[in-house]
Design a protein around this ligand. Structure first.
Ligand SMILES: Cc1cc2nc3c(=O)[nH]c(=O)nc-3n(C[C@H](O)[C@H](O)[C@H](O)COP(=O)(O)OP(=O)(O)OC[C@H]3O[C@@H](n4cnc5c(N)ncnc54)[C@H](O)[C@@H]3O)c2cc1C
Ligand SMILES: NC(=O)c1ccc[n+]([C@@H]2O[C@H](COP(=O)([O-])OP(=O)(O)OC[C@H]3O[C@@H](n4cnc5c(N)ncnc54)[C@H](OP(=O)(O)O)[C@@H]3O)[C@@H](O)[C@H]2O)c1
Length: 236
């Protein structure tokens, strides 16, 4: 796809591993802010000796800001490079794209995120809140450590004020003596069953590392979610 010049305008640290980059919308591309929640942008560094293009899900909701936001984990080659960029750094950006998008009907949603796979679901949930959502949305997030639960304060605040949202974080590698008061252990069949209403009427989404996504889809299938109601996005 055709790229445009953009730049990073602001950086916000979210966890010890993740930071959100606010990206300038290129001149004449205001319509890019009308992306569908769940879509990603492809980025590259115009100054790199060897060009590398990498995809990043948009973590902001459409028109939530005057900028496009991505949230980058300090991981892998380009992930670490991008993590080191600050305001004013020029980048190349391709338009929002991808088919891992929020369903347009009002059917219940069950969203399962592993690690930084939560990024597109921030876009889903903020968009739905702005649209006046009523139907149930289950949001299961799994991270190794409590400090790595992305957007945790936002999801907790939304859950308190939005009866349709059920947010359930879990951590898998916290030391036993860690004061984390919440759930521990991987997202498993019991957790999914507890949040799944009618499996045939729910849209099931999974996003994150490949092994996580494969496991979530197997669990969903075993619990009777039809394949055509499952959507996935995975990296690695
Ligand atoms: C559609 C799509 C959306 C993506 N959205 C995001 C996003 O919102 N935030 C983000 O940080 N990354 C996201 N990624 C991953 C991103 O594109 C890069 O792969 C990542 O920044 C690592 O850089 P690299 O590929 O150069 O690392 P490499 O050195 O080539 O690869 C490192 C390895 O780390 C693993 N890995 C890469 N990214 C992650 C990750 N985020 N979490 C866990 N394991 C990972 C993979 O196994 C990969 O092979 C997305 C990828 C795709 C395909
Ligand atoms: N502080 C650090 O140095 C640090 C922090 C985070 C990640 N990392 C490294 O970065 C890489 C990716 O990390 P990440 O956090 O983005 O992803 P990840 O650790 O692979 O997975 C994120 C979450 O998904 C869970 N998960 C993974 N596979 C699963 C499966 N098959 N079924 C159910 N749950 C599953 C993990 O549980 P489990 O923990 O049980 O696998 C974890 O809670 C890993 O190599 C990781 O070790 C390092």
């Amino acid at each position: 796809m055709e790229w445009r010049d953009s730049q990073i305008v602001r950086v916000v640290d979210e966890t010890p591993l993740d930071r959100t980059l606010f990206l300038e919308v290129p001149a004449g591309c205001d319509h890019w802010l009308d992306f569908r929640p769940g879509q990603f942008v492809v980025m590259s560094d115009p100054e790199a000796a060897t060009p590398v293009r990498r995809a990043y899900s948009l973590s902001s909701a459409p028109r939530e800001h005057a900028h496009l936001c991505i949230t980058v984990r300090r991981m892998g080659g380009f992930g670490c490079v991008l993590h080191g960029f600050g305001p004013g750094k020029g980048i190349r950006l391709e338009p929002p794209q991808g088919r891992f998008v929020l369903a347009e009907d009002d059917a219940p949603l069950l969203l399962c995120a592993g690690g930084s796979g939560i990024t597109p679901f921030r876009s889903f949930v903020v968009h739905l809140a702005r649209q006046g959502r009523r139907a149930p949305v289950g949001l299961l997030q799994s991270a190794q450590q409590p400090e790595e639960l992305l957007f945790h304060p936002l999801f907790e605040a939304l859950t308190r004020e939005a009866p349709w949202l059920a947010y359930e974080p879990t951590v898998t590698r916290a030391a036993p003596e860690h004061p984390w008061p919440g759930r521990r252990g991987r997202i498993d069949a019991d957790r999914i069953r507890a949040r799944l209403g009618d499996p045939a009427a729910t849209w099931f989404y999974a996003c994150g590392p490949g092994a996580f996504v494969r496991e979530m889809l197997e669990l969903a299938a075993a619990l009777g979610v039809p394949r055509e109601r499952c959507r996935k996005e995975q990296w690695g």
